[in-house]
Write a protein that binds this ligand. Structure first.
Ligand code: ADP
Ligand code: MG
Length: 318
C-alpha cells in the first residue's frame, strides 16, 4: 500500500484555524481558493461580529418580515433543524446570552480577564419563536431575540467548502477544517482521512496523539477549554445552556462526534456539551460515534469510536 502524498495549506478563517488538505498536491492552490470563497461568503452572510453582515441586519430588524439570501437561509434552516433534533439543546436564540456573557466580538479580541459581571439566569427565547420559511426565504425574529449561528455556520462552511474544493480539483479528495469542524469530500486517501483527536484545533500534530479516520462526511469538536475568559473570579465560556442563558456547567469539557456531514456532527457535538449526562444515551441511540472528555480529562469513547491505539475507520452514514 503506498501512502498518498498530501498537499496541506494552513491559515486563519472565521476566528479560528483553517486547514485544507488535498490528495493531489498540485490542486492545492485551486482548492484553497474555492475554500476561501465559501468562507468569505459565510462570513458576510452569518457573522455576528460584523455590523455589515446579513445576520447583523436581520438581528437589527425585529418583528419584521426580512427576506434573506440563499446562504443565510441555509444557515438558519440548519440551525433550526439542529434545535429540533436536539430538543432545543442547540438553539440559535442564545445570541443575547452569549453576548452579555462577554463574547461580543471576534474571539481573538475578547479580553482574557475583566471586572466581574452580574449575569441573571433566564431561559433563552427559544428557537420556536423564530418564524422562517425556506420556500420564500423570509424570517421574522421577535424583538429581544438575537440569532447566533456560531455553531452551525462554521460547520456549514466546512461542508460547502469541501464540496466546492472537490469540484474544482475534479477527482481527488479534500479535507477542510475550520477550527476543528471538519468536512471531507471527493475520493478519500486509502484507509480514509486520518484525523488527530485533540481538544484544541490549534494543537500540533504529534505521533503520540490519538487519531481516527473517516472516508466521508464530517467530524466536529465542541468544547469549553479553549474559548473561555474570566470576569472577576469566574471563568466563563462560549457554550450556553438554553435553559439558563448561562455558560453551561457540563460534565464534558470536550465532545467530538462523527456524522454524515460536518453540520450534523456539529449539532451533536454542541448538543453533547449542553446535554451533559444525557448525552451518551442520545448519541448511542443515534449511532453517532463520539469521543467525550469529562471534567477530569478522562476520555469516554462510544457508539463505535475506536480505542486509543487503533486509528480505525469510523463508518459515517451519508
Ligand atoms: P466551535 O465553534 O468551537 O466549533 P460549537 O460548534 O459548539 O463550537 O459552537 C459554539 C458556538 O455556538 C458559540 O461560540 C456560540 O456562538 C454558539 N452557541 C453557544 N451555545 C450554543 C447553544 N446552546 N446552541 C447553539 N449555539 C450555541
Ligand atoms: Mg463547531
Amino acid at each position: 500500500m503506498t501512502a498518498t502524498v498530501l498537499g496541506i495549506a494552513e491559515g486563519r478563517a472565521l476566528g479560528g484555524s483553517l486547514r485544507v488538505v488535498v490528495t493531489r498536491p498540485r490542486a492545492l492552490t485551486a482548492a484553497r481558493a474555492a475554500v476561501e470563497e465559501v468562507v468569505a461568503a459565510i462570513d458576510v452572510a452569518a457573522s455576528r461580529f460584523r455590523e455589515d453582515s446579513e445576520l447583523s441586519r436581520l438581528n437589527a430588524s425585529p418583528d419584521r418580515v426580512v427576506k434573506v439570501g440563499p446562504l443565510l437561509a441555509r444557515a438558519i434552516e440548519a440551525a433550526l433543524r439542529g434545535a429540533e433534533l436536539t430538543e432545543g439543546a442547540v438553539d440559535p436564540t442564545i445570541g443575547f446570552a452569549v453576548r452579555i456573557a462577554g463574547y461580543d466580538r471576534d474571539f481573538d479580541s475578547v479580553p482574557a480577564r475583566g471586572g466581574p459581571l452580574r449575569l441573571v439566569a433566564s431561559r433563552v427565547p427559544g428557537w420556536s419563536a423564530v418564524r422562517f420559511s425556506a420556500a420564500t426565504r423570509t424570517v421574522v425574529i421577535p424583538r429581544g431575540v438575537e440569532l447566533d449561528l456560531g455553531a452551525t455556520a462554521k460547520a456549514l462552511a466546512s461542508d460547502m467548502a469541501a464540496a466546492a474544493a472537490a469540484r474544482v480539483i475534479d477527482g481527488g479528495g479534500v479535507l477542510v477544517s475550520l477550527g476543528g469542524d471538519i468536512a471531507v469530500a471527493g475520493e478519500a486517501p486509502v484507509g480514509g482521512w486520518t484525523i488527530q483527536a485533540s481538544e484544541d484545533s490549534g494543537a500540533e500534530l504529534a505521533d503520540a496523539e490519538e487519531t481516527v479516520s473517516i472516508a466521508s462526511g464530517g467530524l466536529a469538536t465542541s468544547g469549553t477549554t479553549v474559548r473561555r475568559w474570566m470576569r472577576g473570579e469566574v471563568t466563563l465560556h462560549h457554550i450556553i445552556d438554553p435553559a439558563t442563558g448561562l455558560p453551561v456547567d457540563s460534565v464534558w469539557r470536550t465532545a467530538t462526534v462523527a456524522a454524515g456531514s460536518c453540520v450534523d456532527a456539529n449539532i451533536a457535538s454542541t448538543a453533547a456539551i449542553v446535554m451533559g449526562e444525557r448525552a451518551p444515551r442520545w448519541l448511542r441511540e443515534r449511532g453517532m460515534a463520539a469521543r467525550l472528555v469529562d471534567r477530569d480529562g478522562v476520555v469516554h469513547r462510544l457508539a463505535g469510536w475506536p480505542k486509543a491505539a487503533e486509528s480505525k475507520l469510523i463508518p459515517t452514514i451519508l
